[in-house]
Design a protein around this ligand. Structure first.
Ligand code: PLP
Ligand code: COI
Length: 355
């Protein structure tokens, strides 16, 4: 892919070592943009200074939400090498979302090359403090100036970068999770498996409710029976029940997380039995009551491996273990981040050098 590069003449001040980065507040000097026009395909790939974009108020994305986004990270290794983690998986999932949303396919190598080229230009922005990384946000928006409900004929594919620390303010401290029994996020046949803004818009009202009650995230139940565990607002969920690792199966209404897939592989390689199946909330409450619910953690690019210390479902508030970080949860966090930051062997071939 030919990428036209225009470098900024006014580089911004970068965060310094030791600065608290938070998640998703700071943006680097450059962004990648590429247009799509029906009949012409993807064209005019370019890297430009990070800046506002101009769109007509009638641009379709503003009205019917035809958009897709992805999330992955770049990590600075000890020798200053910059690595991506399984970017091919994000490229594949982007196209699964694109297909569901009638957005044209982006060739996988184009997606990965765009990410690599942009990260390479802004490589000095990849932070080096423990637990930090460069969050990468590729997205596509529908840009036709038209108010009819139909797939757009023009799009923009954009990639932006954000140096980030922990997703939750609490860092690796266990989070409290609210199992939502009223609102639902997605149903089979809907868009739950796709990464698209509408799913997150649908989640906000319950998130506000959970926050007001002192919980940091919502755990969704299935949209039909409100009985089976699905996933958390920004991560998949896993349980250690009686020595086994249990996680909801990919059923069409939850996001097929890349971290989920990686952790399942690591657990299996370590000899754990892993069950991907339906998990009812009643089973969880029962396991918490009889002491077999040993650990709970979330998995996600932003959230990494995030220990859950407390679950609330209606009148039941369940403290997991002693409310601290579970032993397996900590081991999985160390293994995954060890591979991502180039500190540990990568027997799976997941780490990809940017250049
Ligand atoms: N589920 C939801 C709703 C998410 O937003 C995310 C984050 O991307 C995940 C799960 C985890 O997916 P991944 O591990 O690919 O980041
Ligand atoms: C990610 O983990 O990449 C996500 O997209 C989560 C995001 C919704 C903050």
């Amino acid at each position: 892919m030919d990428i036209k590069i225009t470098k900024t003449t006014a580089p911004k001040a970068k965060p310094q070592k030791g600065d608290k980065l938070g998640f998703g507040h700071i943006f680097t000097d450059h962004m990648f943009i590429m247009n799509y026009t029906e009949g012409k395909g993807w064209h005019d790939a370019r890297i430009e200074p990070y800046a506002n974009i101009s769109l007509a108020p009638s641009a379709m994305v503003f009205h019917y939400g035809q958009e897709m986004f992805e999330g992955l990270k770049a990590y600075r290794g000890a020798d200053d090498s910059i690595y991506l983690f399984r970017p091919d998986m994000n490229a594949k999932r982007a196209n699964a979302s694109n297909e569901r949303l009638c957005i044209p396919e982006i060739p996988e190598d184009m997606f990965v090359d765009a990410v690599k080229a942009l990260v390479d230009i802004d490589r000095d922005w990849v932070p080096s403090d423990e637990g930090t990384s460069l969050y990468i946000r590729p997205f596509v928006i529908a840009t036709d100036e038209f108010l009819g409900v139909a797939p757009s004929k023009t799009y923009l594919f954009i990639v932006i970068l954000s140096p980030s620390g922990a997703y939750y303010e609490s860092g690796l401290a266990p989070v409290g999770i609210w199992i939502e029994d009223d609102y639902v996020r997605a149903v089979k046949g809907g868009m739950g498996f796709a990464k698209t803004g509408g799913n997150y818009a649908a989640s906000l009202i319950a998130q506000v409710k959970a926050h007001d009650a002192g919980y940091s995230q919502v755990l969704w139940l299935d949209g039909v029976e409100r009985k089976y565990i699905e996933e958390v607002g920004a991560m998949n969920i896993m349980f250690k029940i009686n020595g086994k690792v249990v996680t909801p199966a990919l059923n069409g209404s939850i996001l097929p997380g890349i971290t989920r897939n990686s952790i399942i592989n690591v657990c299996k390689a370590w000899g754990y039995e892993v069950e991907e199946r339906r998990v009812s909330v009643d089973e969880l409450v029962e396991a918490a009551k009889n002491g077999t619910l040993e650990e709970v953690w979330g998995t996600g690019t932003a959230a990494v491996v995030s220990p859950v210390g407390k679950l609330r479902y209606m009148d039941d508030v369940m403290t997991i273990g002693d409310g601290g970080i579970g032993e397996l949860t900590q081991k999985l966090y160390d293994e995954l981040t060890g591979i991502q930051w180039g500190k540990r062997e990568d027997p799976y071939g997941w780490r990809v050098l940017v250049k």
